[in-house]
Design a protein around this ligand. Structure first.
Ligand SMILES: Nc1ncnc2c1ncn2[C@@H]1O[C@H](COP(=O)(O)OP(=O)(O)OP(=O)(O)O)[C@@H](O)[C@H]1O
Length: 252
């Protein structure tokens, strides 16, 4: 399922965050990068219908978010993992996911089977009877993703899912996100360029209220092949991203 953002502007009072932003997201994993405060979370909040699109248009598949019916339809096909999500510490793992399924419109009788399928997908099936509070940080992130997958959405939006995880948990989560993306459109907002390098089919860079780059990681790294590097202490993609933010696209 594609997402098409066309000429979207958004302001909090007098603080203009998005200024006529246009973006086309295709199936697979797209990494959304941008400096602090660039508007990544704001953009995601529009895609997941938490904030209202007032200027410009957003289509999630056929669902036009400008209308109440379009927003209602989009919610059925979107799963959202916010940067900070709350778990009820005393709730069992399987009930947490079953409840998320129910909240997203899965009929009551199907919630538990849906929860078990989602837990199986994130490798938490054996912990289904555990309390949420007993899980490690990485497992909690996986539980959050299971909750997002419970209604089998075609589009999954994740805001900084690997933040705060140790290297081993981050690798596991990457594998899982990769597995989940096989039959979905996944948007992953992150500051971790290495997550993008190892996971994403496409990269998008937001800055100054607009999408400044959208394309493959190879296209971005090719840009610095002939350019002097500002720092040698980073991967090729990290240096390309940094160079792009500082200098923009090279002339010619
Ligand atoms: N509810 C709000 N009210 C007022 N201003 C807000 C609100 N939410 C965000 N902002 C401002 O909008 C700008 C964009 O914020 P946003 O959280 O979308 O950026 P971001 O790219 O996700 O940042 P980060 O990488 O730091 O998470 C920031 O200047 C922020 O202070």
């Amino acid at each position: 399922m594609d997402i098409r953002v066309e000429g979207v502007s958004y302001a909090y009072g007098t603080r203009q965050v998005l200024s006529g932003l246009t973006w086309h997201v295709r199936p697979g994993i797209t990494g959304l990068l941008g400096p602090n405060g660039a508007g990544k979370t704001t953009l995601l909040s529009l895609l997941v219908t938490m904030n209202r699109v007032r200027t410009g248009s957003v289509l999630v598949g056929e669902h036009d978010l400008s209308s109440p019916a379009g927003r209602q339809g989009a919610r059925q096909v979107i799963g959202y993992l916010p940067e900070r999500f709350s778990l009820v510490a005393a709730m069992r793992v399987r009930d947490t996911v079953a409840y998320a399924a129910w909240l997203n419109g899965v009929p009551y009788a199907e919630c538990l089977p849906a929860a078990r399928r989602a837990l199986d997908r994130v490798g938490l099936a054996e912990r289904e009877r555990s309390r949420a509070r007993a899980l490690s940080g990485g497992m909690r992130q996986r539980l959050g993703i299971a909750a997002v997958l419970a209604h089998d959405p075609a589009v999954v939006i994740m805001d900084e899912p690997t933040v705060g995880l140790d290297p081993s948990q981050r690798l596991q989560l990457r594998e899982m996100i990769h597995e989940v993306s096989r039959d979905r459109t996944v948007v992953l907002s992150t500051h971790l360029v290495e997550d993008v390098a190892h996971l994403c089919d496409e990269v998008a860079i937001i800055d100054d209220g607009q999408m400044q780059f959208s394309g493959s990681a190879d296209k971005l790294t090719a840009m610095i092949d002939d350019a002097p590097s500002d720092s040698a202490r980073g991967s090729k993609l990290e240096r390309a991203y940094d160079h792009f933010l500082r200098h923009g696209w090279p002339e010619g």
